[in-house]
Design a protein around this ligand. Structure first.
Ligand code: IPM
Ligand code: MG
Length: 371
């Protein structure tokens, strides 16, 4: 069973799209998916006064996978508020110990014009960010603000235990084995103690993977290389906050944040694989919510990751990915991939401007017609 968490803003638009594509994949490959839905994020704050209710988490407990749209929006943006939409994300991450956040960045050659980077720099870009998701500054204690005799003071704490580093490093090396066999571990070992431990533990794990090339790189120089020669990277593994920042930077390469999927995995198993939470990396984009404008591809590709990792359906996952690639090749684009163009302008530029639903229709059609 899959639990959907449409959330806020464009979340419901893109989750509905992904659900249609996954159902179509089921009908093509001869399986039927069961679905349930829960409220989390701003909509849950409005309905129940909390970002996610315990009874809804208990429904999520029974799922093989969670498919989330987006949470948050200006309405709930008070950073000092005691209830905030992101608390739902942290609840899922900690409850299921989703310590490995996978963010693949693939470039579709047809979309090179939508990327801010020169096309020649994009050639060969195919990287996988593996971000540690349940440790570091996000959860370290103490954290808070206090009033001292000389003024206000705030503190956050950056702790890492070697086991937390070890388990995410293992995932990075295992995944590298299925790819180009290269891991870049990102840290700030010239300054931070946690980074020095990070480097040691990743090196130790790497010794078990002599077939995988390991490189250590400082986070500042990684940020620069991502924006200059991104094709250098295969698997990139890093701690929570560095991963948050670098994965948004890497996402820009694809031409639109709307294109990119993610999976958050932990140690919890399902009947056919690993339990996970899947979501596009874009946010709730409230300005275009409910207007049939959102790019559904990030969520649809998250659905493909769900099929592969949590349901053991690599065949259906590959078909969904192929259907997306074919649809892009046909020139179907949502507005985020055609900035400033109306329908006529898009036609003149050689592609078809599509809404969320029409782009999803095209993907479903491609999927069903795959040989
Ligand atoms: C992400 C987001 C979250 C994070 C926010 C919404 C708390 O930016 O998933 O990358 O920082 O982890
Ligand atoms: Mg982020």
């Amino acid at each position: 069973m899959i639990v959907t968490i449409p959330g806020d803003g464009v979340g419901p638009d893109v989750v509905a799209a992904a659900r249609r594509v996954l159902d179509a994949a089921g009908s093509k490959f001869g399986f039927k998916l069961a679905w349930r839905e829960i409220l989390a994020g701003g909509c849950a704050i409005d309905a129940y006064g909390v970002a996610v209710r315990e009874e809804d988490l208990q429904i999520a407990d029974t799922a093989d996978a969670l498919l989330l749209g987006a949470v948050g929006g200006p309405k709930w943006d008070n950073p000092n508020g005691t209830v905030r939409p992101e608390q739902a994300l942290f609840a899922f991450r900690t409850r299921y110990e989703l310590f490995a956040n996978l963010r693949p960045v693939t470039i579709y050659p047809e979309l090179a014009d939508a990327s801010p980077l020169k096309a020649e720099r994009l050639k060969g870009v195919d990287m996988l960010m593996v971000r540690e998701l349940t440790g570091g500054l996000y959860f370290g204690k103490p954290s808070g603000e206090e009033v001292t005799p000389t003024g206000r003071r705030a503190v956050d704490t950056l702790p890492y235990h070697e086991d937390e580093i070890h388990r995410v490093a293992v995932i990075a090396f295992e995944l590298a084995r299925t790819r180009r066999k290269s891991v870049t571990s990102v840290d700030k070992a010239n300054v931070l103690s946690t980074s020095r431990l990070w480097r040691k533990v990743v090196t130790e794990v790497g010794a078990d993977y002599p077939d995988v090339k390991l490189e250590h790189r400082l986070v500042d120089s990684t940020a620069m290389l991502l924006a200059t020669w991104p094709a250098t990277f295969d698997v990139v593994v890093t701690e929570n906050l560095f991963g948050d920042i670098l994965s948004d930077e890497a996402a820009v390469l694809a031409g639109s944040l709307g294109m990119l999927p993610s999976a958050s995995l932990g140690a919890r198993r399902t009947a056919h694989g690993t339990f996970g939470l899947y979501e596009p990396i874009h946010g709730s984009a409230p300005d275009i919510a409910g207007k049939n404008l959102a790019n559904p591809i990030g969520t649809i590709l998250s659905g493909a990751m769900l099929l592969r990792e949590s349901l053991g359906r690599a065949d259906a996952a590959a078909a969904v990915e192929q259907a997306v690639a074919n649809t892009i090749r046909m020139g179907v684009r949502t507005a985020d991939l055609a900035p400033g163009l109306d329908a006529a302008g898009a036609r003149a530029a050689g592609f078809t401007l599509a809404g969320t639903r029409e782009a999803t229709d095209a993907i479903v059609e491609q999927l069903l017609s795959l040989k």
